[in-house]
Design a protein around this ligand. Sequence first.
Ligand code: 3H9
Length: 684
Amino acid sequence: MTLTIKQSGNIAVVTVDNPPVNALSQALRQGLWSAAETLDSDPSVEAVVLICAGRTFIAGADVSEFGRPPLPPHLPDLVTRIEKAAKPWVAAVHGSALGGGFEVALGCRFRVATPSASVGLPEVRLGIVPGAGGTVRLPRLAGPALAADMITSGQPVRAVRAQEQGLIDAVVEDDLETSAIDFVRLALDRPLPPPLCERSVPVVDASFWETTAKTVAQRAKREEAPLRALDCVRKASEGGFEAAMRFERETFLDLRASPQAEALRHVFFAERAAPRPPELRATTPRQIRSAAVIGGGTMGAGIVAAFCDAELPVTLVERDSAALERGLSNLRSIFEGSVKRGKISSDVAEKRLSGVTATTDYGTLADVDLVIEAVFEDLDVKRDVFSRLSAVCRPDALLATNTSYLDPEQIAAGIKHPERFLGLHFFSPANVMKLLEIVPTRDTAAVTLATGFSLARMLNKIPVRAGICDGFIGNRILKVTRAQAERLLLSGVAPQAVDSAMRRFGLPMGPFEAQDLGGLDIAAFQRQAARKRGETPFAPVAERLCGLGRFGQKSGGGWYDYEKGDRTPKPSAAVERIIAAEAASTPQRKWREDEIIDCIVLPMINEATKILDETIAARAEDIDLVQIHGYGFPRFRGGLMHYAEKRGIGDVVAILEGFADEGLVEGPCDLLRRSVNSGRLGSP
Ligand code: 3H9
């Protein structure tokens, strides 16, 4: 960390350089404190510009210090020190002023920013509330409604909008440092505005807080921090500055030590580590400037849309003009959906669509950097695609399959230059879901793999390396989830009881509701393929439902009944009869909700541990990311493996053994048993 002070006439410029993101480590806090002391006592200085080197302004408190006791100077004291400095400070923001970084900027008398900068208080995403006066000063600057919205959602605001909302004083196009100096020189000619600690908050009536609390609770699901943040904003709006500061600090310290904050920090660091696995750090990826997707079905069109969103030129290839028209229509529906949901304007949608080339001619792919195959899940069909691709593409063009359960090595057999082949497993809808499983074959070169990871970053995805097995990481665990859900049905639990238990655990929907939404036919097709391989998949009730054409919402019924035009699941008498018939020889028992959850989640942990043991996943954190970003596992639980460790591996093993004695689950695997003493599945 370096902190330099230089002078431009009567203005001092304090430059912070604490890579990678200028986080407020103890050393930086100390440095800023000393700078405030020095500059206060320097009569030649009339104002101070605070600016940062590198990619961003201060991106927040140093999250890696959160597990340790806080050391002085504490951030709230530092912000107050800057606010009370004898000379006005101006924050010159580029990149992001987030969390403690924005709080420091709020302690400054003025804020100027580049057009691409953003400001925000994302602390709730880490399970905490802002802890250095953010909940107290922001309502004084922006009013309680905007402050409540920003703080409870954690969403940053871009500079131009932030200026309109009064969060920053000026957006500057020219050199930031010079512009900030010019800005503050002019400001010195006028009476200074009072610091935020001396301002009051516009009064809102009680009904605002009640309505907002309902909205926040709904959005937060079971996360604690957003509602506690709202309490802080209310306290800041209704009480005095000092009392609100004390309330915020107590809430911050309380939440910082909470299991949810620990879990969310774990996810924060896992997500940041994911794009740069240690084994690939020395490998330079290839540049991807153009891509093609073969197949315009739901998945293929979604992948094309993901490229459009990343503003990468992409070609959609289909086998004939009718299929191409269907693919383009799928693509148009995706963008229409984004416009309808207010995600993008229709102009942006048009612009993104215009970046797509549509063709039936493989010859046009001679110069693309990457081709992703997303055709029907049939080995012969896929192999035919790759033999055509390997004939026309450059020898260094990356070739990828999006298969979800075929063996990529069999798909790649016989292609030219197999070192440039890999699996890129997207999740549906591919333009929305963050997870990308990256599956190398034994021939995949390191540079190909590294390019897969860098592509994920370009597409704003979370990449996880997966080894080859049936279902890779995610779908292999999903198979266990579904089988366990059916076992519960046979032992006396209704589908709606399973779904509601899993929702209460924190999943967005239960396993049966999810199957009805996605369609039961895909899994049926996979079971058929598994049987051909000599396996005996367990899905007795699902098989019977498929036999009756009950494929889920799209066919008017699946695990539940649906009325026309209504997606609300209704318990189905037909399904109850099938379950009763299938359960005839299974012992029935009474189930508590926590047992229902355990009977699904603990076998998932067991399977995930086998996946780790077989090195299908390289790290426990990778499995956490797969679960969170591909399957809706609650983020506040830190993912499946983090949950297992916090729950206690001994506890997991003992409960699994109990269920195994009843014939409800497989017994705990070796690695799980071996991990009881250390209590750890992840890296120490
Ligand atoms: C807070 O401020 C609490 C206060 O209210 C109260 C305190 C009393 N700390 O994301 P990237 C590391 S809570 C430590 O890939 P980008 C990250 O791990 C905080 N480390 O970069 C990675 O390390 P490595 C509120 C951090 O350019 C490297 O920086 N603030 C922190 O794609 C690069 O990260 C936030 O929540 C941190 N705060 O995106 C902001 N932040 O290279 C969190 C990052 O070893 N940060 N690292 O793998 C971000 O959103 C993004 O990092 C940012 C840059 C947008 C800034």
